[in-house]
Design a protein around this ligand. Structure first.
Ligand SMILES: Cc1cc2nc3c(=O)[nH]c(=O)nc-3n(C[C@H](O)[C@H](O)[C@H](O)COP(=O)(O)OP(=O)(O)OC[C@H]3O[C@@H](n4cnc5c(N)ncnc54)[C@H](O)[C@@H]3O)c2cc1C
Length: 397
């Protein structure tokens, strides 16, 4: 029986996992290296499926309208413009600090959850009955305790220490390194969509965060603009110079956050669970920000864990948990690889975007496929299926 759980990492995956599991009769401790509310380089877009889970667990009530905004779909902008609208209601762009605060507030009333900031995991050792961990307080570098837990959940991000210590490190998912950067500007949004501007080897996502705030997120291959030790002189100027149409939009507007970059994506675990150690969020898998799925993936994994929790220590329970997580992961990796393929093949990308611009319903379906809210079979079988293909392919004027 699992009574005591340690969650390592209090990012969105860690806090959401604590929230989902707080419904069970277990004692949960969350340790986090930094202090809440946390910020992080991120596109801040939460897909409809991810936001539905925030709604289901009551977090959406805590999110303030001043730091969040619904978006209706994704627009791809290259030599042509393709607009895809979600079938399944809007997604939300939520400032990372606001998301962190809302998750933290949702956990405050839970008597079985303890949140400990500025504390890190140093080591772990598991035997068949428990896991022993060593924790360090970062305020004074003292080892604060050596504790035993029934289950450790690693939610400690891309470079997960839990993954390494539990020998769950999987193969690198990609050879070429990509980098992401973000900056916020005080501008009234000009669209209700998240826009993706594609240029060769670099893209910019424009996310409307609030009535007076727009976030610009850049993704590029390392060889396009090199970053050394997290630094690059005049990075923001270089990035915007690839997008003159956006450069003119920020002209004369106030910058709300300094540009920050982050690289070294594409990490994955062999398995999401090994004995009494389990991984959720980026610690389990992260390939690239390009599909804007990282947060929703983390929330879905936390939800699956909560639903499988009663049997998680049995062989069949673990098998079923692994199957569900691996199929989620496979969908995410396939869709992200498809988007990265378009990044790297400009001609095919232009043809694809022109196609999606001509057949917006297909774009809608691809967005739903990406979220897993529809499968190819669902689309084919759907009532509209036949007429959809007829209209799309044969009756377009
Ligand atoms: C440029 C960029 C744009 C993105 N855009 C989007 C987007 O638009 N939509 C989307 O859904 N996703 C996006 N993502 C992905 C998203 O940011 C991640 O998927 C998400 O942050 C995963 O949450 P997490 O809690 O797993 O990891 P993290 O947010 O990295 O949190 C991990 C936490 O663990 C803590 N920690 C680490 N090690 C230890 C330790 N030893 N002890 C204690 N604590 C520890 C860290 O301090 C951190 O707070 C983007 C990512 C990037 C880089």
């Amino acid at each position: 029986v699992i009574k005591k759980i340690l969650i390592v990492g209090g990012g969105p995956a860690g806090l959401m996992t604590a929230l989902c599991l707080s419904q069970h009769s277990v004692e949960i401790t969350v340790i986090e290296k930094q202090s809440w509310p946390l910020d992080k380089v991120c596109g801040e877009g939460i897909m409809p499926k991810g936001y539905d889970l925030l709604r289901k667990y009551g977090v959406s009530k805590q999110i303030q309208a001043l730091s969040s905004r619904p978006f209706t779909g994704i627009t791809y902008i290259d030599s042509s413009v393709a607009e895809g609208h979600f079938f399944s209601g809007p997604g939300y762009v939520v400032r990372r600090t606001e998301l962190s605060r809302a998750l933290y507030e949702s956990l405050k009333g839970k008597t079985n959850v303890t949140l400990i900031p500025t504390t890190e995991l140093v080591s772990l050792y598991q035997d068949p009955t428990s896991v022993q961990v060593t924790l360090r307080a970062l305020s004074n570098q003292h080892i604060i305790c050596e504790h035993r837990y029934d289950l450790i959940i690693g939610c400690d991000g891309i470079n997960s220490k839990v993954r390494k210590l539990a020998d769950l490190e999987g193969p690198n998912l990609r050879k070429q390194n990509r980098i992401g950067a973000r900056v916020h500007y005080q501008i009234a949004p000009w669209t209700t969509q998240v826009e993706v501007y594609w240029k060769d080897g670099i893209e910019c996502y424009v996310a409307p965060v609030a009535s007076d705030c727009v976030e610009f997120v850049f993704g590029w291959n390392q060889d396009k603009i090199k970053i050394k030790q997290g630094r690059c002189p005049e990075l923001e100027k270089k990035l915007f110079s690839y997008f003159p149409e956006l450069e003119s939009k920020i002209l004369g507007h106030h910058r709300l956050s300094k540009i920050e970059a982050r690289g070294g994506f594409a990490r994955s675990a062999k398995f999401p669970i090994s004995g009494r150690v389990l991984l959720i969020g980026d610690a389990n898998v992260f390939l690239d920000p390009i599909t804007g799925e990282g947060l929703s993936m983390a929330f879905e994994q936390a939800h699956i864990l909560s639903q499988s929790f009663a049997n998680i220590m049995s062989k069949e329970g673990q098998r079923s948990f692994i199957d569900q997580i691996q199929s989620l992961k496979a969908r995410y990796i396939n869709m992200t690889n498809l988007a990265l393929f378009l990044c790297e093949h400009p001609l095919i990308r232009r043809i694809a975007i022109r196609f999606l611009a001509t057949f917006p319903l297909i774009f809608q379906h691809i967005l739903e496929l990406n979220m897993g809210t529809r499968s190819l079979c669902d689309i084919y079988r759907s009532q509209k299926g036949i007429s959809f293909f007829k209209t799309e392919f044969f009756e377009v004027k």
